[in-house]
Design a protein around this ligand. Structure first.
Ligand SMILES: Cc1ncc(COP(=O)(O)O)c(C=O)c1O
Length: 397
């Protein structure tokens, strides 16, 4: 059997590599602590589980999902009500909102709905690896634009060459950003919208970390920028704020034509998410929001512990303002893979080498804080202990 050549074009999927390395160390008897994958360790709230159980017991929900391509009207309305409350953004639940099987699904299906073979998609570097995979599956060419520390890891639209901008069909934006933890303002989105209109480029805003920010920082939606709905779609997700990564439920909102293109792809592929999970999603969006706040208390404490530990071993970094990641510059003179490998050998702690997010991620590592407190504390204690055996000095690119 010969596999499709598109699979050969994919960069190695980062988390698969990490899982393999972890298994190898475990096989050697190492008590590995993985700070590699971003996957909340805390449970889904009980009222959401109850809503699932109730809906799952109703045979009406055992058939194909309602509104296969866009999701249940009640879920879409819960989404648009939430966008109104959270961002003061007004959306039509009929045409400007749809259910997704997680925001990752939206990122993939928009590529199939938007990109023809040979089209150009702009993907910031570093960036979440699934954007590239999705564009490649659609047969598109991927052009990477750099995110630089000195620009706050924001896309510099003025620096994108005009001929690339004219050729590009879409650009992915994602703030709060994985892996850099950078955040954006509405003003940044205004610049994005002006640029997109000038060059007729679709803005794909992947915003699953919108609810994870610290110290009172306001995280906007791209749709708060005037005119954004003309050119933008935004993906959001219940995965991170409600500890629901396993449930696979998210949403797309924004430009009606883009939503309809994604819906067309879904109609012909997955037939939508189980109604009972959509009911659970409604319970999450409309029920008590304590979990969102209590998660932040946990992540903030973990963030502070991790930043202290990394500073103690000589890494220079600011405390991240959002996401449950820490993006740390490593000392110069070694690659991020070498540093991460050394850390694993010396401490049994897995971190993600920045190169996995693109060449501009070289010089950094990413730590995920989505592990239980005792394990994180143990990991950080081990890291501090081997300070003298790790390379030191100023870092970054
Ligand atoms: C930037 C980004 N987008 C999308 C996803 C996928 O989230 P979901 O669970 O909503 O599919 C992740 C998950 O880590 C992510 O980091």
């Amino acid at each position: 059997m010969k596999r499709a050549s598109r699979l050969e074009k994919l960069p190695p999927y980062l988390y698969v590599e990490i899982r393999r390395k972890t298994r190898e160390a475990q096989a050697r008897g190492v008590d590995v602590i993985s700070l590699g994958v971003g996957d909340p360790d805390m449970p889904t709230p009980q009222h959401v589980i109850d809503a699932l159980n109730k809906a799952a017991a109703d045979p009406a929900n055992h058939q194909y999902p309602t509104g296969e391509d866009r999701g249940m009207p009640a879920f879409r309305t819960a989404v648009t009500d939430w966008y109104k409350r959270r961002f003061t953004v007004t959306l039509d639940p009929e045409t400007e909102a749809m259910a997704l099987i997680g925001s990752k699904e939206g990122n993939h299906h928009i590529a199939l709905g938007l990109l023809d073979p040979g089209d150009v998609a702009i993907v910031p570097d570093p960036g979440y690896p699934a954007y590239i995979a999705s564009a490649i599956f659609a047969g598109a060419e991927v052009a990477r634009v750099p995110l630089r520390a000195e620009d706050g890891f924001l896309v510099d639209f003025d620096a994108i060459p005009a001929d690339l901008a004219r050729k590009a069909k879409c650009i992915w934006l994602s703030y709060p950003n994985n892996p850099t933890t950078a955040t954006a303002t509405v003003d940044f989105y205004r610049r994005a919208v002006a640029w997109a209109k000038k060059y007729d480029v679709v803005l794909v805003s992947d915003n699953p970390y919108s609810e994870i920010s610290f110290d009172g920082l306001y995280v906007p939606s791209i749709l708060e920028a005037e005119g954004a709905k003309d050119v933008a779609v935004e993906f959001n997700s219940l995965s991170k704020p409600y500890n629901m990564t396993g449930w696979r439920i998210g949403m797309a909102v924004g430009n009606a034509d883009i939503i309809s293109a994604i819906a067309k792809v879904k109609e012909n592929t997955d037939s939508g998410q189980f109604n009972a999970i959509q009911y659970a999603g409604i319970a999450a969006l409309e029920g008590p929001q304590d979990i969102v706040k209590s998660n932040l208390v946990v992540y903030k404490r973990r963030r502070d512990l991790a930043v202290d530990a990394l500073r103690a071993i000589g890494l220079e970094l600011d405390a991240p303002k959002a996401t449950f990641y820490v993006w740390a510059p490593i000392p110069k003179g070694q690659t991020s893979i070498e540093f991460a490998g050394r850390l694993l050998d010396e401490t049994g702690v897995v971190v993600t080498p920045g190169i996995g997010y693109g060449s501009r991620g070289e010089g950094f590592i990413r730590l995920s804080l989505s592990v239980p407190d005792p394990r994180l504390e143990e990991a950080l204690a081990r890291i501090k202990k081997v300070k003298d055996r790790l390379p030191s000095g100023a870092g970054g690119r």
